[in-house]
Design a binder for this molecule. Structure first.
Ligand code: MN
Length: 490
C-alpha cells in the first residue's frame, strides 16, 4: 500500500547565515512538507527530517533513511546555498531513491522590498545548482523535479516519481511463486533469476504443482461458497456450469493460501504442467490479479513480477494494469491495430464493463473447459511494458499505445480482449519492439505512465527503451547500438 511509505524531505543550508535564517528555513520546510503531503497528486506522506549544515548531519540522516523501513526515498532541496562537499559522504551512503527538488519557497520576487537579507535566505537558484553539480559529479542516479512547489504539474511530477520509488521498495521485497517451470522451448520467458534477485530484489521460487493440488484438497466447501458470493458481487454469471466455477474458486483459494504463506505477491503457472488439476486456472488467476497481485502465463515470472509492481505504483489512479499478450493484428492500411488477450488470464482491472463468467472448452492444455472472465478493454491512453534478459543485463521496453473499443463485435471469441493502436504507428512500432527484443507477454497499463516506468528503471539501474510517437526505425537502431556499447562498458 502506498500509505505504508513515506518520503524524507532533507533541506540544504549552512551555518554561515546565523540561527534566525536557519529557523526560518526549518519552519518553511516543515510547512512545505505538510502542504505537499496534503496535495491530491502526492501519494505518500512527505516528512521534513533535517536541515543539513555539515558533513555529519548529512551522513546521519542518510544512514537513518537507509535503515528506516517506511522511508521509500529522500527528497532534497536547497533553500539557501549549501556547499556540496559536505553532502558527498552522506549521498555516497544513501541506498534509497533520491529526488532533487529544485524549487523555491516564494513564487514571486518582492521587487520593492527585496534586499540582501532576502537574497541570502531565498537563493535556491544558487543552492540548487551547487547541489545539482554534486549529483552529476558523483554519477548518482537521481530524479530532478523542477518548478514551483504549489503548482499542480510540479506536484504531479514529484508524486509520480514517488510512485516509482515505492515500486522500487516493493520490488526489493517481492516474492514470486512459480507453479511449474517455464513453457518448454520458449526463450523470452526465461531469464537469470539470480540477476533478477540482485537487480530487482525478486525471490522467484519454484513450488511443485503437486503441492498446489494437495492444498486444493484442503479447501472446504464453506470457503468455496464464500468465494462464489464474492464472484457474484464482482461479476456477471453467464454460465449454468456451477461445478466449473466452483473448481476455479477452489484453485484460487489454494493458490492464495500458498502465496499468503510464502508472503508472495505474484505467481506464474504453465498449462503444460497441470498435473492432477482438472482446469487451467482462468477465473482464479483473474480474480487474484483483480486484488493487486501479479500473474504470468507459461512460467513467465518476469511479467508476473512487473504486473504486481505496476499495480502497486498505480494504486488509486484511474485505469488498470494487466498481464497481456499480443495475439493478432488487423492490418487494414492506415488503420492498423493489435488485438491482445490471453488463453484466459487477463486482469479485469482494464475491463470496460462488468466482466462475465463463462465456461468454454480450451483448445490446448488437455483439461476440462475452464471458467473465465470475458470482457472488452476500456478505451484510453496506455503503455505496454516488457522486461527481457539480454544476458548480462535486464532491458525494459515501453511502448505508448492507445486502447480503443474493438472495431467489430467478436461474439465467438471466448476470452477477455483489449484492442489498441500503437505509436508511432502499429507497423513502425512493431518493428522497433522486435528490434529491441520485446516479448509477446507484457503488462498493459492505463494507469502507470512511461515516465514512471523510466524512473523505476533508473532507480533499479536497468536499461530503458521507449517507443513513442517520435520514434523512427533509424533512431531506434542507433539507440540500441549505443546502448549495447554503453552497457558492455559497465
Ligand atoms: Mn502467453
Amino acid at each position: 500500500m502506498l500509505k505504508d511509505y513515506e518520503f524524507w524531505f532533507v533541506v540544504g543550508s549552512q551555518l554561515l547565515y546565523g540561527s534566525e535564517v536557519l529557523d526560518t528555513v526549518k519552519e518553511r520546510a516543515e510547512e512545505m512538507a505538510v502542504r505537499l503531503s496534503g496535495a491530491s497528486d502526492i501519494p505518500c506522506r512527505i516528512v521534513y527530517k533535517a536541515t543539513i549544515k555539515n558533513d555529519n548531519e548529512c551522513i546521519e540522516v542518510m544512514k537513518q533513511a537507509n535503515m528506516d523501513e517506511r522511508c521509500a526515498g529522500v527528497i532534497t532541496w536547497c533553500h539557501t546555498f549549501s556547499p556540496s562537499k559536505m553532502w558527498i559522504h552522506g549521498l555516497n551512503l544513501l541506498q534509497k531513491p533520491w529526488c532533487h527538488f529544485a524549487t523555491q519557497y516564494n513564487r514571486k520576487i518582492p521587487n520593492l522590498e527585496i534586499d540582501m537579507d532576502f537574497m541570502n535566505l531565498n537563493q535556491a537558484a544558487h543552492g540548487d545548482r551547487e547541489h545539482g553539480f554534486i549529483g552529476t559529479r558523483m554519477r548518482k542516479n537521481h530524479k530532478i523535479v523542477v518548478g514551483y512547489w504549489e503548482d499542480e504539474t510540479v506536484q504531479k511530477e514529484l508524486g509520480d516519481w514517488m510512485r516509482s520509488a515505492v515500486g522500487a521498495a516493493y520490488s526489493r521485497k517481492l516474492k514470486v511463486v512459480r507453479f511449474g517451470d517455464n513453457m518448454r522451448d520458449v526463450a523470452v520467458t526465461e531469464g537469470d533469476k539470480v540477476e533478477a534477485a540482485i537487480k530487482f530484489g525478486w525471490t522467484v521460487d519454484y513450488w511443485p504443482v503437486g503441492h498446489l493440488v494437495e492444498t486444493m484438497g484442503g479447501v472446504t466447501e464453506a470457503e468455496i461458497d464464500a468465494k462464489i458470493e464474492e464472484y457474484k458481487e464482482r461479476y456477471e454469471f453467464a454460465t449454468e456450469d456451477q461445478d466449473a466455477v466452483r473448481y476455479q474458486a477452489k484453485e484460487e483459494l489454494a493458490i492464495r493460501k500458498i502465496m499468503e504463506r510464502e508472503g508472495a505477491m505474484a505467481f506464474s503457472n504453465n498449462f503444460q504442467d497441470l498435473y492432477g488439476m482438472e482446469q487451467l486456472p482462468g477465473l482464479a488467476s483473474q480474480n487474484i490479479m483483480a486484488d493487486g497481485m501479479g500473474y504470468g502465463g507459461e512460467g513467465d515470472w518476469k511479467v508476473a513480477a512487473m504486473t504486481t509492481i505496476m499495480k502497486q505504483m498505480g494504486e488509486g489512479l484511474e485505469g488498470g494494469s494487466a498481464f497481456m499478450e499480443d495475439y493478432t493484428y488487423d492490418l487494414e492500411p492506415g488503420k492498423e491495430v493489435s488485438l491482445g488477450a490471453h488463453m484466459l488470464e487477463v486482469c479485469p482491472s482494464v475491463a470496460a464493463e462488468k466482466p462475465r463468467i463463462e465456461v468454454h472448452p480450451l483448445g490446448i492444455g488437455d483439461r476440462q473447459p475452464p471458467a473465465r472472465l470475458v470482457f472488452e478493454g476500456k478505451p484510453g491512453k496506455g503503455i505496454v511494458v516488457s522486461v527481457i534478459d539480454m544476458g548480462g543485463r535486464m532491458r525494459m521496453i515501453v511502448q505508448d499505445i492507445h486502447c480503443i473499443k474493438p472495431i467489430l463485435e467478436m461474439p465467438n471469441l471466448p476470452v477477455a480482449r483489449v484492442m489498441w493502436e500503437a505509436e508511432p504507428d502499429l507497423l513502425t512500432g512493431l518493428k522497433c519492439w522486435i528490434m529491441a527484443g520485446g516479448a509477446h507477454h507484457s503488462v498493459l497499463s492505463t494507469q502507470v505512465t512511461a515516465q514512471m516506468m523510466e524512473d523505476w528503471a533508473d532507480i533499479m539501474g536497468i536499461e530503458f527503451i521507449h517507443i513513442t510517437k517520435e520514434t523512427t526505425i533509424e533512431s531506434m537502431k542507433q539507440q540500441l547500438f549505443l546502448n549495447d556499447l554503453a552497457w558492455k562498458l559497465q
